[in-house]
Design a protein around this ligand. Structure first.
Ligand code: PLP
Length: 398
């Protein structure tokens, strides 16, 4: 079988370059203490920033949702899959975003990946020019490609270059797209300056707040609240499998944009609607996020971030300039990052190595993420283990 042999050869090449990926099998709920391939490990790698993924109230809400709505939605939103549970959730998102987007509407998607494809293919097209941040998430990159727009990539954080590109553009429709919190670096895009540029040039600003929703802003309402932004040019994507602890995503924008997406966004139209029970559980998740419990969890998370940054201040490996729950440790080489992850695992700690193409070449890293579910003692176990391996020579010269 020549075709299989070709693939096998390519997989062997990936192994040789220390880029082969394998999946670890988790045998317990998402929490700091996990069973991984049968071994107990203390995990610092989930995006469950508020520790809601295994919250008893959400487990109960999902079970209740299943009792009310059953399990499957049965069809797409435009056939018979659009349930009361989706509608109520959309109204709640529109209400949450109403201080930031005039006349807002909202639309739920099954995943953040699909929401990003849905927005960019819906708004873009051959008549559009799309300005994309260099470190944007893969789903935005894929959405940009699929949209058939003219794509211009500007370097990370270089708003001056974005301004230059916007100034040169003759396109009928201009779309600037960015992660809010960069998923592999943890820093936050300078959205106020970007929005000012977009308003000046009549461009949409699509903000993927996958890592900000639930964590940043007043009562966890996300990055638009964090920066106190308001504009009809804003198109906001929030994902619901990270801080919200469940699954799915939503887009919030002016109601006309939402109506357009319902009519034209293929990743919204041509797929089975997510189970309504998930939307039911998400209503509970939003209660937790905006309530006092959410406030306490965010305060604890902020304390953990400060603690970890302080305890690692003298480490040889660099932490990035991040104030968020994403605290990557830059190692550089693919083989060294694998050895660092293995050394942590020997101490019972799970931080997966992140390598290219997820991050640029020579910037392999341990992507440490913190959650409100971690205790201060657990955070100290992580920092002690990192400091212990930081002083080892993991890749001695042969
Ligand atoms: C910035 C960003 N956007 C979008 C996504 C995709 O969201 P989802 O996992 O819900 O598909 C992710 C991660 O998964 C992400 O990190």
């Amino acid at each position: 079988m020549e075709l299989i042999d070709q693939l096998q050869q390519q997989l062997d090449q990936l192994s040789h370059a220390q880029l082969r990926r394998r999946r670890r099998v988790v045998g317990s709920p998402c929490a700091p203490a996990m069973q991984v391939d049968g071994q107990p490990l203390l995990a610092f790698c989930s995006n469950d920033y508020l520790g809601l993924a295994n919250h008893p109230a959400l487990v109960e809400a999902l079970a209740e949702g299943a009792r009310i709505y059953g399990v499957g939605s049965g069809a797409s939103h435009l056939i018979n899959g659009h349930s009361h549970a989706h509608v109520v959730l959309e109204e709640r998102f529109a209400d949450w975003l109403s201080p930031h987007i005039p006349s807002p509407g909202a639309l739920t998607f099954s995943t953040g990946y699909m929401a990003n494809l849905g927005v960019l293919t819906g708004l873009g097209g051959p008549h559009a020019e799309l300005f994309s941040e260099e470190l944007n998430h893969a789903s935005l990159i894929d959405g940009a490609r699929l949209s058939r727009s003219q794509v211009r990539v500007y370097p990370h954080g270089r708003i001056d270059m974005l301004a230059e590109l916007l100034g040169q553009s003759q396109a009928q429709v201009k779309i600037v797209v960015t992660d809010s919190v960069f998923s592999m670096d943890g820093d936050i895009a300078p959205l106020p300056a970007m929005l000012a540029l977009c308003e000046r040039h009549g461009a949409w600003l699509v903000v993927d707040d996958a890592h900000g929703f639930g964590v940043l802003g007043q009562r966890g309402r996300g990055v638009l609240s964090h920066f106190d932004l308001r504009s009809p040019y804003l198109v906001y994507v929030g994902t619901l499998g990270k801080a919200a602890g469940v699954a799915g995503a939503f887009v919030a924008a002016h109601e006309t944009v939402i109506d357009w997406l319902v009519n034209r966004s293929r990743p919204y139209i041509y797929t089975t609607a997510s189970p309504p029970a998930l939307s039911h559980a998400l209503m509970k998740s939003l209660d937790l996020i905006e309530g006092d419990e959410g406030e306490q969890r965010r305060a604890h998370l902020r304390a953990l971030i400060a603690q970890v940054k302080h305890e690692l201040r003298d480490m040889r490996w660099q932490l990035m300039a991040s104030e968020t729950a994403i605290q990557p440790v830059i190692i550089g080489s693919n083989s060294e990052v694998q050895k660092a992850a293995a050394a942590l695992q020997e101490q019972g700690i799970w931080v997966p190595p992140i390598r290219p193409p997820t991050v640029p070449a020579d910037s392999a890293r341990l992507r440490v993420t913190l959650s409100a579910a971690h205790t201060r003692e657990q955070a100290s176990r992580l920092t002690s283990a990192l400091l212990a391996i930081d002083s080892l020579d993991l890749c001695p010269a042969p």
